[in-house]
Design a protein around this ligand. Structure first.
Ligand code: OSB
Ligand code: MG
Length: 396
């Protein structure tokens, strides 16, 4: 075969990009150390490449409290920088997409939404499930749940009991100063053998080390992101003083950060979130590097709609993901999801990974249309010329 034939056959052109903001209400409010959320403003990205339509989700929150991005910063960066730089471009595979956005600093969640949509389109064009295209090796993934902060320990214990009854394999408790030791103690007393972890979302300071050390007695699987959102060094100081394994979440935006944290012994586990690390390409590299270094990883959640959740499921099949993730059933979050079937969890606390091309779930376009608050479209001119300017259209 001549190289010309291979090239023209294998290039994938980004023909259109649609950005939408949809509004979805969580079944119940979710409280973390940085605030409470119930009304989600979620950005969805649809990319059509060579006629295949792929979907991605931007996992930014409504406020810049978890990380610096928000729904509105992502809308701005996607509209003014990312979409214009990608529309009409051709790549031979999706892993080349991050290179096209390399001039944009940060804004990982915005980038992830569009990159992951291209991954979905590529998988469909190749007629394979996304998890296979990524190199996933399992048919079933292990699930845990993340429980928001409750009024009192008794209510928390009741909630844990319900989740265990549904089969979930690991319980993560959100904690903050004043709502930590007694809450964990109550859950541990009731359930001495379960896999239990805590997540502080950056609510403590290094001076709190003696207090955090008291949690060692509960035999926790890990303590997630106790200190500042951007302070890898302080976590190395804390890890040296406590038995419980630290897991970093907020601090890790790319594989270089992961290597820094491992080298400094700032953590023994890493939570990988697709949005936080800018998409499947970087997430795949990160889990590979962590695996080579003997550091287990797991898939975190950002209260996603079904589209982000389906991407999380595909990513969780990669071999480095050796601990249960925060990927749980659609019905824990939404009365009606935007994918069909909704994500379901078996009584063993697992999700069976779908085996149809792309994301493996149907996208409920009518439902998405109803939930849409604003949208913006970009389309490439039909004749492919790199110089040609793209047409854009916006409606609110
Ligand atoms: O730190 O993992 C986190 C939700 C929003 C922001 C940050 C986090 C979370 C969760 C929820 O823990 C995980 C989920 O159920 O999606
Ligand atoms: Mg976390």
């Amino acid at each position: 075969m001549s190289s010309k034939v291979i090239t023209s056959w294998s290039l994938m052109k980004i023909e259109s990009i649609t950005l939408r903001e949809i509004h979805m209400r969580l079944k119940s409010p979710f409280e973390t150390s940085f605030g409470t959320v119930q009304d989600r403003r979620i950005l969805l990205v649809e990319v059509v490449a060579d006629g295949a339509s792929g979907w991605g989700e931007v996992t930014a929150g409504e406020t810049p409290a978890y990380n610096a991005e928000t729904t509105d910063t992502a809308w701005h960066v996607l509209s003014d920088f990312i979409a214009p730089s990608l529309i009409g471009k051709s790549v031979s595979e999706t892993s080349e997409v991050p290179g096209l956005m390399a001039q944009i600093r940060g804004h990982e969640m915005a980038k992830s939404g569009v990159e992951n949509a291209v991954w979905d389109a590529e998988a469909q064009l190749k007629g394979v499930p996304l998890h296979r295209l990524l190199g996933g090796t399992t048919e079933e993934i292990a699930c845990g749940v993340s429980l928001g902060i409750r009024e009192n320990p008794k209510l928390l214990v009741k909630r844990v009991e319900e989740e265990l009854r549904s089969g979930y394999q690991r319980i993560k408790l959100k904690i903050k100063p004043g709502k930590d030791y007694e809450f964990v103690a109550a859950v541990r007393a009731e359930f001495p053998d379960i896999r239990l972890s805590v997540d502080a979302n950056s609510a403590y300071r290094l001076e709190d080390a003696p207090h955090l050390k008291r949690l060692d007695e509960f035999g926790l699987l890990m303590m997630e992101q106790p200190l500042n959102w951007d302070d890898i060094y302080a976590h190395s100081k804390l890890q040296a003083q406590i038995e419980t394994a630290i897991c970093l979440d907020e601090c890790i935006h790319n594989t270089r950060h992961a290597l820094t944290a491992i080298e400094l012994k700032s953590c023994r586990i890493i939570n990988i979130k697709l949005g936080r690390v800018s998409g499947h390409t970087e997430a795949r590299l990160m889990q590979q590097v962590c695996r080579a270094q003997g550091v287990p990883v797991w898939c975190g959640g950002m209260l996603e709609s079904g589209i982000g959740r389906a991407h999380n499921i595909a990513m969780s099949t990669l071999p480095g993901f050796s601990l249960p993730g925060d990927v749980s059933a659609s019905q824990r979050y939404w009365s009606e999801d935007i994918i069909e079937p909704p994500v379901e969890v078996t009584e063993k606390g697992t999700i069976r990974v779908p085996d149809t091309p792309g994301l493996g779930y149907g996208v409920k376009r009518d439902r998405i249309e109803k939930l849409t608050a604003r949208r913006k479209d970009w389309s490439a001119p039909h004749t492919s010329s790199r110089e040609m300017s793209a047409a854009t259209r916006e409606s609110c």
